[in-house]
Write a protein that binds this ligand. Structure first.
Ligand code: C2E
Ligand code: CA
Ligand code: CA
Length: 731
């Protein structure tokens, strides 16, 4: 059936139909002509013969016969003169001579029959027929059943085929009657075997048939061959069109360069092919690096999942340059772009031809699908890739050092489809980034659970904020030089039912990720000021309160204005407020911008503290360049500071540096008495840690202040008393 859909086959069949129709028509016409001509010819011959026979009969027997003729002068009847029967009119030999003579003229046979009233048949008594040996043939009669009988029985002429010895002869039978009209006999002449008359006709029929077959066979062969040869590229072109449509690349179009329609078709397809190719480049490539883009990655992932069987375990790797923004701002966008190109090249070279083209999926994000990468080989591959990618890069005399983070999913183990693969690799990358620079995180289902929890938390947090369910706790900072508190830090709390809390370490990152942090931060600022106002109104004296500020808040164009407005509304002296920022700020934003915001804040009158100092990545340089008032040394320095010499030296260095820059120094997280005692002598201004005070509600702050003062008194003036005992006795 499909063969019938082929153009060339259909055309051949059509051609064949026309040719055979033509042949049949021509043959039919000529056959009909010949048949008519033959019939006419035979009729003419027999009539001529009949005329001659009748005249001869009349001439030989003038006394006996009278021939009656039609208008066309054809014999219609032979009438006997007188009343003797036919046979007795002459000698039988005379009749024999007559038929012989007629036969000679006719080129056929002649017979005379006598009517036999008894048998009601015509009995032959003179004939030209002879047996091969020359003897007379057996007696013969024309009776009922003979084709001519009906006609001649009625004394009418019969012209047509008659059977003779099993064959047919074309004959003219003239009845012979008595003068009164009764039947007397019959004069029968013929012009030979009738099939001899139509031999030409038969031969033509045969020839036409054979010729037709031959012509048909030749036409079919030649037509088919020509079609096949000329149209052969068309099925191939059809297939090519299909492949172009399916987005296949690198197709070569057959039939190009031909001057006919096939060539034109091929040319059109070739143009479409090129257009597709260009579109493909536009739609699926990243113009900067020449890698694929996100759409390319999606397509490749879909292809990966479309394969029926997972004969190979694959891996999807998402790569992000750590602190690319810092590089971009530090070295300029040109070098930033060059670095992206360089990383693209490194990725291409590393992934090789067996894997799909790597993609750049975000400003500083790349993705790679590794085919045939089972878990046991993955670790090694990742180490190798990380090593290759994060090699320092020199450009124009500048050496840029950087690290990259990796999120990895193993396929199909950790994703059922392309969407899931993309989502999970994002989660993995996020987990890697959360662990710090240059980290790799392979997806596992707990990440998914965590993502779900984060999603739920994000919704719940929004509601909690709207319902005013959050609260602020305060942690005291103990001065190292006076027997008093140094300040307090405001720490947001999210109480849950039953007295439990969701720690800010868990929900602050979520708020930062979903943008809620701006609203949350404003709320903390407002709430803290409200509490301070209450303290002021109740004559509870606190030196100052530190409030944590996320980068996203700081980048609000109206941040400085918000701070100013909040302080004014609650009538808080600005010097009572410290804003704590982290080093992360310096990674994503330029120092100029930071400086200008800090200048605005200083103009309002608040102070600025650098939180978590020592955990970050930035250089110490900005301590000189950016106007800060305080640094808070991270908790990791306090742990075992009494024992760890290296930490002690480092801490000493930092405090000296800070002193030189006239910065206040607070050490966070001193939990033990030993740590606390050691820190008291290191030259820092204050200590904030569980040893002195845990964060508490605003109501408990006055009590906690008293507690810290007492502890400080003990520490400073009764050096030998174990403080933990004194603390416990009062707490
Ligand atoms: P942070 O700014 O470094 O705050 C100090 C954290 O250390 C607090 O944890 C505090 O309870 C804890 N801490 C103090 N002394 C000790 C100690 O001796 N040992 C130990 N193990 N921990 C100690 P908290 O309250 O859980 O807050 C965690 C982080 O959440 C904060 O770290 C800060 O980055 C963020 N955060 C808290 N409140 C806010 C807020 O209102 N806004 C913003 N943007 N971030 C906040
Ligand atoms: Ca803080
Ligand atoms: Ca801190």
């Amino acid at each position: 059936m499909t063969a019938l859909r082929s153009l060339s086959l259909r055309a051949t069949m059509l051609l064949l139909g026309f040719v055979s129709g033509g042949i049949a028509l021509m043959a039919g016409l000529s056959y009909r002509d010949l048949r008519d001509y033959t019939a006419e010819n035979s009729l003419m011959r027999i009539e001529r013969a009949a005329k001659a026979a009748a005249s001869l009969t009349e001439a030989r027997f003038p006394d006996a016969f009278l021939v009656e003729r039609t208008d066309k002068d054809l014999p219609a009847l032979v009438r006997l003169k007188g009343s003797e029967p036919l046979i007795s009119r002459a000698e039988p030999a005379a009749f024999d001579r007559l038929v012989k003579e007629i036969g000679r003229i006719n080129n056929g046979a002649a017979n005379v029959f006598a009517w036999n009233a008894t048998t009601q048949a015509f009995d032959r008594f003179a004939t030209t027929f002879r047996r091969p040996d020359g003897s007379l043939p057996p007696a013969f009669s024309i009776g009922a059943g003979h084709p001519a009988y009906g006609s001649i029985r009625d004394a009418k002429v019969f012209t047509g085929d008659v059977p003779v010895m099993g064959r047919m002869r074309y004959a003219y039978l003239t009845p012979i009657v008595f003068s009164g009209g009764e039947l007397a006999g019959l004069l029968a002449i013929d012009v030979g075997w009738s099939d001899d008359l139509v031999t030409g006709q038969e031969r033509l029929k045969e020839r036409i048939f054979i010729a037709s077959l031959l012509i048909l066979a030749i036409a079919t062969t030649i037509g088919g061959l020509l079609h096949w040869r000329m149209l052969a590229p068309i099925p191939a072109l059809a297939r090519v069109a299909h492949r172009i449509g399916a987005g296949e690349q690198g197709i070569s179009v057959p039939g190009l360069g031909r001057a006919d329609e096939v060539g034109h078709l091929a040319e059109g397809l070739e143009r479409t092919n090129q257009l597709y190719h260009e579109l493909e480049i536009l739609a699926f490539s990243d113009p900067l690096t020449g890698l694929g883009n996100r759409a390319h990655l999606r397509r490749e992932l879909k292809r990966t999942f479309a394969r029926e069987a997972w004969t190979q375990v694959s891996a999807l790797i998402l790569i992000n340059i750590d602190q690319f923004r810092g590089i971009n701002e530090g070295f300029g966008a040109t070098i930033g772009d060059r670095l992206l190109i360089e990383i693209g090249d490194r990725l291409k070279a590393w992934s090789g031809p067996d894997n799909p083209r790597p993609a750049r999926t975000g400003s500083d994000e790349f993705a790679l699908i590794l085919r045939d990468c089972p878990p046991e080989r993955l670790d090694h591959a990742l180490d190798d890739l990380r090593d290759r990618l994060s090699r320092p890069w020199a450009f124009d005399g500048t050496i840029v050092e950087f690290t990259v983070g990796f999120g990895v999913v193993s396929l199909p183990a950790h994703a059922a489809n392309a969407d899931e693969a993309e989502r999970n690799v994002q989660l993995a990358l996020r987990a890697a980034k959360a662990r710090g620079k240059g980290n790799v995180s392979v997806f596992d289902p707990t990440l998914d659970a965590r993502a779900k929890r984060e999603h739920d938390l994000s919704i719940a947090l929004r509601e909690a904020l709207q319902r005013n369910e959050l609260t602020v706790h305060f942690q005291l900072q103990a001065s190292t030089t006076a027997r008093d508190i140094f300040g307090l830090e405001a720490l947001v709390r999210w109480p849950q039912g039953g007295g439990s809390m969701i720690p800010p370490g868990e929900f602050i990152p979520i708020a930062e990720a979903n943008g809620l942090i701006v609203e949350l931060g404003s709320w903390v600022l407002d709430e803290t000021c409200r509490v301070i106002r209450q303290w002021l109104d109740s004559a509870i004296l606190v030196p100052h309160v530190s409030i944590n500020v996320s980068p996203a808040q700081l980048w609000q164009p109206n941040f400085v204005e918000t701070v100013k407005e909040t302080l004014e509304r609650h009538r808080i002296p600005p010097r009572m407020i410290y804003l704590e920022v982290t080093e992360g700020l310096f990674v994503n934003f330029s120092e100029e911008r930071i400086q200008s915001i800090f200048a605005g804040l200083h103009a309002v009158g608040v102070k600025i503290a650098l939180d978590d100092f020592g955990t970050g990545y930035s250089s110490l340089g900005y301590l000189h360049r950016v106007h800060l008032d305080q640094i808070k040394i991270d908790r990791s320095f306090a742990v075992d500071i009494d024992k760890d010499r290296a930490k002690q030296r480092l801490l000493k260095g930092i405090t000296a540096l800070a002193a030189g820059l006239k910065l206040e120094v607070i050490v966070e997280g001193a939990e033990t008495e030993a740590e606390t005692r050691f820190l008291m002598r290191t030259g820092c201004n204050a200590i904030q840690g569980y040893f002195f005070a845990r964060p508490c509600s605003a109501l408990l702050v006055p009590q906690e202040i008293e507690n810290v003062r007492r502890m400080l008194g003990l520490l400073n003036f009764e050096d030998n008393t174990p403080l933990s005992k004194a603390k416990r006795s009062t707490g």
